[in-house]
Design a protein around this ligand. Structure first.
Ligand SMILES: [Zn+2]
Ligand SMILES: [Zn+2]
Length: 346
């Protein structure tokens, strides 16, 4: 008799159904993982609401997860049954021009969760073995599931190429903003300023190492940054807020040769943001986009989490079993009870 498992299937936009599905059988280069933890990401809501043109339905969401390897294909050697693993959220070819340069997130044949393969909001998941990274059991499954968003924060900071002593602003202390802040702290910035609107998230930013946490509803962000940087402006702005206001502020608070790293996505797919061209050229500003992380950045992030240099535990605010998915999504979406990271535990 075929084994079955519970899967939270998104049959079409806004239609989540808990279904009984057959457990997949791993191919020769794949691993079957028993999911232990999977955390909700802000981008899940784009897919849930049908706002990602790339997404095909039905699909299973959940690209931030960890679990126990149950079965390996015959050509898999770097992990074995019983290993605790967390995974990158996409598969790459390894041989295209971008993969050859280590830029796996730019792979020309990239296949990602939940666009081209099912995610982890289910009891078992089958993925290409190269996506799986083992960790030791001193790290909890819930913490390990946050390696994926932490790797996004890490790669965002990598893109900024921060020199020691530079003055860095993180706009938007959501989960990725806070995780980027932790990675930026490792670069020894002169100031690490967080701009946000929610007091509890600004408190969290201070706890995680921000030198200044400013509520832009109470204090003018331009004045505040100029004050802290003694009239110079910030060298780097890490943009983890997807509003046009945040975009405009980021250009204004930069100093000459400043960089804006754009990680956040606006809520509407076809959004266009204006640039003040005179400022842009006169200040020699660089705008750098970033999406995801490469395989090395994911591995390094996992090591930093495993050795407690990056704290992910502080971001976990809520835990739910999979069957309480409606409450879990609502908690995350509406940020109920100060929700930051909401994790499914199986
Ligand atoms: Zn995510
Ligand atoms: Zn490739």
């Amino acid at each position: 008799m075929k084994r079955t498992m519970k899967s939270l299937v998104l049959t079409e936009p806004r239609a989540l159904v808990l279904q009984e599905r057959p457990v997949p059988v791993p191919g020769s280069t794949e691993v079957l993982i028993q999911v232990k933890a999977a955390s909700i990401c802000h981008t899940d809501f784009f897919t849930l609401n049908g706002e990602y043109p790339r997404c095909k339905y039905p699909t299973v969401l959940g690209h931030e997860f960890s679990g126990i390897v149950e079965q390996c294909g015959r050509d898999v050697s770097h992990v074995k049954a019983g290993d605790h693993v967390t995974c990158i959220s996409y598969d790459y070819c390894g041989t295209c021009t971008f993969c050859r340069r280590g830029l796996h997130n730019g792979c020309r044949h990239i296949r990602g969760i939940p666009f081209d393969m099912d995610g982890a909001y289910q009891e078992m998941i089958c993925v290409t073995a190269a996506m799986a990274y083992p960790f030791d059991s001193s790290l909890s499954f819930a913490e390990a599931s946050l390696t994926e968003p932490a790797a996004n924060g890490y790669s965002t900071v990598d893109r900024a190429n921060i020199y020691p002593g530079e003055q860095v602003v993180v706009m938007g202390p959501g989960p990725i903003g806070l995780l980027a802040l932790e990675s930026a702290k490792l670069k020894s910035p002169g100031a690490l300023i967080v701009l946000g609107t929610r007091q509890e998230r600004l408190h969290k930013a201070t706890h995680l190492g921000a030198t200044h946490a400013i509520n832009i509803h109470e204090t003018d962000p331009y004045e505040a940054v100029m004050d802290i940087t003694e009239g110079k402006g910030a060298d780097v702005v890490i943009l983890c807020a997807g509003s046009e206001d945040a975009w405009k502020i980021s250009g204004r608070i930069l100093t000459k040769y400043g960089r804006v790293i754009v990680e956040a996505l606006p809520s509407v797919y076809d959004t266009q943001w204006p640039v003040h061209v005179f400022d842009f050229t006169a200040k020699h500003i660089s705008y750098l986009g970033v999406s995801g992380y490469n395989a090395a950045q994911f591995g390094t992030t996992l090591e930093l989490i495993q050795s407690k240099i990056i704290d992910v535990a502080s971001l976990i605010t809520h835990r739910f079993p999979l069957q309480d998915y409606q409450e879990a999504f609502e908690t995350s979406d509406k940020r109920k009870g100060g929700a930051l990271k909401v994790v499914f535990e199986m």
